[in-house]
Ligand binder design. Structure first.
Ligand SMILES: Nc1nc2c(ncn2[C@@H]2O[C@H](COP(=O)(O)OP(=O)(O)OP(=O)(O)O)[C@@H](O)[C@H]2O)c(=O)[nH]1
Ligand SMILES: [Mg+2]
Ligand SMILES: [Zn+2]
Length: 320
């Protein structure tokens, strides 16, 4: 149990939406609007949100058909980032109890950000959640980007991650993504403006999610989706739409452990001269040799160094 109070629950369900003070809980008898006791918030001071979308909860019904969340059941897993701003350093849980994370990127507006992809792949691996990459807005591919898009696609495919090309505008690849969502509980995550909500609307038109404009000055999204919510799919599964992330701060990870979550480092990292090698400056490092012989992509190694640096800086960096 993540949290429990003295009252016994009348019903149980899944949190499908949270707006700060109210939580919508899907039960066998429909959706119940719930609040949560202030005491819950105090149990773990290192977490910014005590009850999150995806949580299985026990609720006690009030006379007016609203509910009070009295139990939060053990989470199977969670996707977390390090909180920024005022709450920097704390753990912010984005969603819990999920089967698959789709990292959404777009060809342009905003363009592909491999540093972001790699951070998310590391966190998904850390929490043992399967992950894949969607490259959206393929309708914007012009000759000059063809080779870059192919490069990223081949790189991540080669590492064993599924990669889909989609266009929420033309519908390309949307069926393939819908098929992958199937009866699983998935989450779409990425920067603002890449088309997360647009893709989900295309897959499930009844959702009618708000979609935003691209800013003319920054050529990025305008943070249209403002809360995490889990939506039922006609294929039987659920999908969580999430607000665009400005940055993705790593948490629950030490600099020494980081290399474990870069899949292609596995066959080399045990062969370094020093068993505690961090693969950045030590002599006899097999990872560095593999980068030099092009067995490990320079881009991935640069991401690794970047993350290593963030982890060493600790609270001062949230990974932009
Ligand atoms: N050309 C093109 N534009 C797209 C595509 N998908 C989405 N867009 C546009 O991109 C903009 C942002 O789309 P959203 O679906 O709101 O993006 P989001 O990822 O949900 O953004 P946030 O909610 O802010 O995180 C809108 O103007 C969409 O019309 C696509 O495949 N091709
Ligand atoms: Mg959105
Ligand atoms: Zn090494």
């Amino acid at each position: 149990m993540v949290g429990q109070s003295k009252e016994s629950a009348d019903k149980s369900g899944t949190v499908i939406r949270s707006t700060g003070s109210w939580y919508e809980v899907l039960t066998d008898q429909g959706i119940v609007s719930c609040t949560v006791r202030g005491r819950f918030r105090l149990e773990r001071s290192d977490v910014t949100n005590p009850v999150v979308v995806g949580d299985r909860v026990g609720i006690r019904m009030n006379k007016d058909e609203t509910g009070l969340i009295v139990d939060v059941y053990e989470r199977r897993n969670r996707l977390t980032r390090r909180a920024a701003g005022r709450r920097v350093g704390k753990e912010h849980i984005i969603v819990s109890n999920i089967d698959f994370v789709w990292i959404i990127q777009s060809v342009l507006y905003p363009k592909i950000n491999p540093g972001f992809i790699d951070r998310l792949l590391v966190m998904a691996a850390l929490y043992d959640i399967e992950a894949g990459l969607v490259i959206n807005k393929t309708d914007l591919i012009e000759d000059e980007f063809v080779s870059a898009i192919e490069f990223w696609e081949e790189l991540y495919c080669g590492l064993g991650y599924p990669v889909l090309r989609t266009s929420a505008k033309t519908g390309e690849g949307v069926d393939a993504l819908a098929e992958r969502l199937g009866d699983l509980t998935s989450v779409v995550i990425g920067p603002s403006g890449v088309g997360k909500s647009s893709l989900l609307n295309r897959i499930e038109p009844g959702l009618q999610l708000r979609m935003g404009d691209i800013s003319k000055s920054t050529l990025k999204g305008t943070h249209t989706t403002t809360f995490v919510a889990l939506y039922p799919l006609s294929s039987g599964g659920f999908v969580a739409d999430t607000p665009g992330l400005r940055e993705y701060g790593l948490i629950d990870l030490t600099p020494e452990d980081l290399a474990h979550y870069f899949v292609e480092f596995d066959e080399y990292r045990h062969a370094c001269r020093y068993s505690n090698c961090t693969h950045d400056h030590e002599p006899g490092c097999r990872i560095v040799e593999a980068v030099e012989s092009e067995d490990i992509a320079t881009e991935r190694y640069e991401s690794y160094l970047n993350m290593l640096n963030s982890l060493r800086l600790g609270d001062k960096d949230v990974g932009r």
